[in-house]
Write a protein that binds this ligand. Sequence first.
Ligand code: NAD
Length: 261
Amino acid sequence: PSQRFAGKRVFVSGGSQGIGEAISLAFAREGARVAINGRKKEKLDALLPRLAKVAAGPHIACAGDVSDETAVTEAIDKAFQDLGGLDILVCNAGIQIKSPSEAISLADFEKVLSVNVTGVMLCVREVLKHWVRNGTKGNIVVDSSVHQIIPKPAFLGYSASKGAIGNMVRTWALEYASRGIRVNAVAPGAIVTPINDSWIHDPEKYKAVSEHIPMRRPGQPDEIAEPTLFLASDQASYITGQTLFIDGGMTLYADFEKNWA
Ligand code: NAD
């Protein structure tokens, strides 16, 4: 693999499994030192040897719930201290809770927003504080979703949160462009990760999901990791404020494939 990120330091929230894990491993492969975040320290500690096997690092664990302000401040400060700074932030942590909208509890709605919106805001704010102070031309990639634009019935908080991320990314991009800080999002379609345990282990449901994707298959975590690295790399040096949809064609109004006219 190329060493595009040699000498770079990357913080990945929710980095212990799924897309975040693939992103962490991909950055390590290309020479970066990685600070992985997640709620459970044991899970992060288990991933560290795998990261070290890919590339020496040293890589570090920065445990903390992204929806907890103090925990985020401590996790980001630890990364800056232990790695001597940060060059790239990947806000990947995200959750969803299913409920028909007429019955959604306030607690569930607020929980999704606290992780997917407030959690992203807190990580970005803490990193920006350092970058503005030090004049660092840093780089941020946020994990959005096709549900930034496709409605997701019975997942109201999730739809709201990913819609919000699109505009937060555009706002930060504009606010910090003159300082050389770029901010973009990736918006995955259906990807084979634990968040989709409800269908990935059930052959019938897997087939049903595959059939409504124009490319007829879900994506793999590495297919999100690679475009994430691209956006964070110098190859994307003039791209900011964008959301890159990575979805096998899901956002192409798939129904029109049948040529109704
Ligand atoms: P996942 O559930 O496998 O992983 C999510 C990660 O976030 C886990 O490591 C989890 O521990 C961490 N996390 C959750 N809450 C946290 C918190 N409060 N603080 C810190 N870490 C926390 O999911 P995934 O599929 O890898 O999803 C990653 C991101 O990609 C999410 O933002 C998700 O919305 C988005 N996404 C996923 C898909 C998909 O099909 N898998 C599609 C679109 C968008």
